[in-house]
Every structure is written in C-alpha cells, then in structure tokens.
Design a protein around this ligand. Structure first.
Ligand code: RM4
Ligand code: MN
Ligand code: MN
Length: 431
C-alpha cells in the first residue's frame, strides 16, 4: 500500500499558481532581511526526521486507548505507513524501530524487512531497546523481571538479561543498516530509600559500558534522560547532567539524546542543547511538545517559540546547518489519526527550521557583541515572525512531496484504503 506520486502531482498542480506567487513574495521578504531564501529552502529540503515505528498507531494513556482503525498490523505495514508519510512530506526518510515491539528476527526476517523498506526508500534510524516492560524475548521467557529495574537492578541475572537484549538490538540493527542505539531506561525509584542513588548509577554505568563494547566501530549509543515516569520518585538517568556523566564515563561514541518532553516545566532546553553540543555529546533528538511533562503532544503545538530557539541552537552548533544527529519524532497520537499528527509534526519542524534559518546570525552576533538586547530581540523576532510556509512548501515540492501534505493525505484517501485493506479494528502494537 502506497501513495501514488502522480496523485501528489495532481494535488500540487491545483495549488501551483498560488504557491508560486506566495513563494516569490516570501523570497523577497527574507531577502530584505539579508537572508538567502534559496539557501533556506535547500536546508529545509535536506532535513529529515525519523518516524518511530510505534507512532504509526494510536497512542494511549493508562485511562484507555481509542484506535481509529486501519492501523498497521505488523512491522511491514508500519514501514508502508512511513513510506506514505514520506511521500507526502519528503522529510521522514527513515524509521526508528522499538524492540521487541518491532522485531523481525535476525537472519531472513531482518533481511526481508530491510528489502521491504529499501523498495520503499525507507532507511533505518537509531534502534530503541526496551527493558522497561517484561516481555518473554527480553526476560529469558519470564525467568527474570524488570519490575525493579533493568541495568540498575541489584540482581545480576536481570542486569545480564538487559545487557543481552541491548546486544541483540545492536545485532539486529546491524543487519538492517542502522547506525545507532538509543537506551531509554525506566530504572529508578518509586519510594525514598528504596535503593542507593549511587549504587543504581554505578550499575547502569557498568551495563552501558558492556553494551558500548558490543557496538560496531561506526555506531553511536545515545542515553535518553527523563526526570520521572515510570519511576516517580527518581529516575537513574534523570537529567542532561547525569546523561552527560554516563556518556563521558562510557566512551567517545556515547552521546546524549534530548527528548523535548523529558524536562521539568520551564527548563531552558535550548541552553541544554547548547551545552551538549559544545562538548560534542549531542547525539539525538526526540521531538514533541509538552504542557506539563512527558505529554508527547504535537511538535510546536504548545511552545513554538521555544522550538524555534532550540533549532536556532542546533544551527549554531552546525555552523548554519542542522548538525548530524539522530532526529526523531516521539509523540503519542491519542486523538488524531497518527499519520495526520506526524504530518503536522513534520511540518512544524520544517517551519521552525525555516524560521531559525531566517534569523540573520551576523546581525545577531553584532547585537550580542554590543550588548544591545533590544536589537538582538528584533533580529530574533524578525526570523520567528516571518511567514516561512511558502519556503517550506517549496522545499517539499523539490523533494517530490506535497505542497500541502495534510490536504493531500485527505484527498488521496489513504486512511480509507488502509481501513479497507487491514480492517476497521486493526490496531498497531506499541504503547
Ligand atoms: C519514553 C521515551 C522513549 C520512548 C518510550 C516509548 O518516554 O520517550 O524515547 O521509547 O517512551
Ligand atoms: Mn523519547
Ligand atoms: Mn517520552
């Protein structure tokens, strides 16, 4: 199941005249601010954010889940959905697997999945290991349990199972053509005094070292911090400082992953990004938005200015381009059609990137040097308040994707097709 390119072209044709006039105006506006609009379009066109395999299904909370039907029934169909998404956005060229939720098995299974993805021009981004749930394939058929943690567990046999699972995820990723492993742990404490802060940290560090030792030479490993949930008193990897200690204590190719929802309210995330980039340890990104905690809301839907500032720091780190990192959308689509939410998230990312590229960095540096806070604010806001949507649409068009991806998704009736093919009660695996 796929979206026919000729249908996308037809939809683009309907919008082309208006688009061309909007684009000419946008190029003119940014040119007056001393920004090269063509370069903005090119950089937006280069950018891609992975779609996680669990995000093509409806998300849920502990109060329930309300799937809309037609969801992918296996990993192959998940890849089909990512290919459809990428046909519309041109900016989701890879998929990030979560194992064991999506596990084709080593050997023929992995080879078949890799072929299926390659035929659809989808690559494999960072692999995600899951040791926060008990699953027969990660717990030696139930012989151990992650109830009291995985790498931080006091029981050596549990730690061994968690390390082995991570080794397996790396082996699988190698067969799929991935290049990185992301480790997010649920480990921590729910009750004061339950464990030793230091003991838990030290055990995690040793475990990460063993996982790292198994990495192929051209792979990276990312530690993903999160302040709470499921451990509500303390998480072992609770913040960027701890994540950095773990990375530094593990090796050069151990880096930190920033998930935007994994910060306590009001944390200055753009500063966190700057710090990690400064020491060469910014490895990956999970994009979403948040009002209260790890809400996994649509990218840019709550704090678009913060997103713009964060992307600005990424550009700063990359010398005016998005630095090499594993970018992924990590949202939970509880109410919207998952593909519609992913389309909106990708668009929000592209818009934030274009806005940040529309900031005249030389003017900003001059204002900073002169301690001119008012002028610095003007320069920033000029970028943020530019209507960059025609530049983003043009970037998509140049990638062969849709000028208006959401309207096109609806016009081609992709969801109706998946409901007909997979069934109205088809529900994806995952959280
Ligand atoms: C966590 C974290 C991880 C994701 C899981 C499902 O909160 O964001 O990246 O793998 O959720
Ligand atoms: Mn995440
Ligand atoms: Mn999360």
């Amino acid at each position: 199941m796929t979206i026919d390119r000729s249908r996308i072209d037809e939809e683009n044709e309907l919008r082309l005249a208006w688009h061309e006039s909007d684009l000419a105006h946008a190029l003119d506006v940014v040119g007056r601010a001393g920004v090269d609009g063509e370069a903005v379009v090119a950089e937006v066109a280069r950018f891609s954010a992975a779609a996680p395999s669990w995000a093509v299904g409806t998300g849920g909370t502990r109060f329930g889940r309300f799937p809309g039907g037609g969801e992918p029934r296996d990993t192959f169909e998940k890849i089909d959905d990512v290919a459809a998404l990428n046909a519309l956005t041109g900016a989701n060229r890879t998929v990030s697997l979560h194992v064991p939720w999506d596990d084709p098995g080593l050997g023929e299974g992995a080879a078949e999945l890799r072929r299926h993805a390659a035929e659809r021009d989808v690559g494999f981004d960072a692999m995600n290991s899951n040791t926060f749930q008990d699953n027969p394939s990660t717990t030696r058929d139930g012989a151990v349990s992650y109830k009291f943690g995985s790498l931080a567990n006091t029981d050596e046999a549990v730690r061994r199972a968690a390390i082995d699972h991570n080794h397996y995820v790396v082996d699988l990723g190698l067969e799929l053509g991935a290049k990185a492993l992301t480790v997010w742990l649920g480990d921590g404490m729910n009750h004061p005094g339950q464990a030793s802060f230091r003991g838990q940290f030290e055990r995690v560090l040793v475990g990460l070292g063993e996982i790292y030792a198994h990495l192929p030479a051209d792979w990276e490993m990312y530690t993903e911090h999160k302040p709470y949930e499921p451990a509500f008193y303390s998480s072992v990897n609770n913040d960027w400082g701890t994540s950095l200690l773990l990375a530094q204590g593990t090796g050069d190719r151990a880096k930190c992953l920033v998930d935007l929802g994994h910060h306590l309210p009001n944390t200055n995330i753009e500063q966190v990004v700057s710090r990690l980039a400064m020491v060469g340890r910014l490895g990956g990104f999970h994009f979403n938005d948040s009002k209260y905690g790890d809400d996994d809301l649509t990218v840019g839907s709550i704090t678009p200015f913060q997103l713009f500032l964060i992307v600005g720091e990424l550009l700063e780190a990359g010398g005016g381009r998005m630095p090499d990192a594993a970018y992924m959308i990590d949202e939970s689509h509880n109410l919207k059609d998952p593909l519609e939410d992913l389309i909106q998230a990708t668009d929000a990312l592209q818009v934030a990137l274009a806005q940040a590229l529309c900031v005249n960095r030389a003017d900003l540096a001059e204002a900073q040097q002169a301690n001119d806070a008012a002028r610095a604010a003007e320069v920033l806001h000029r970028g943020f308040r530019t209507d960059v949507r025609p530049l983003v649409a043009e970037a998509r068009r140049r990638n062969g994707a849709a000028l208006d991806p959401l309207a096109t998704y609806r016009a081609v009736g992709y969801r109706a097709t998946t409901i007909a093919a997979r069934g109205a009660d088809a529900v994806a695996t995952g959280l």
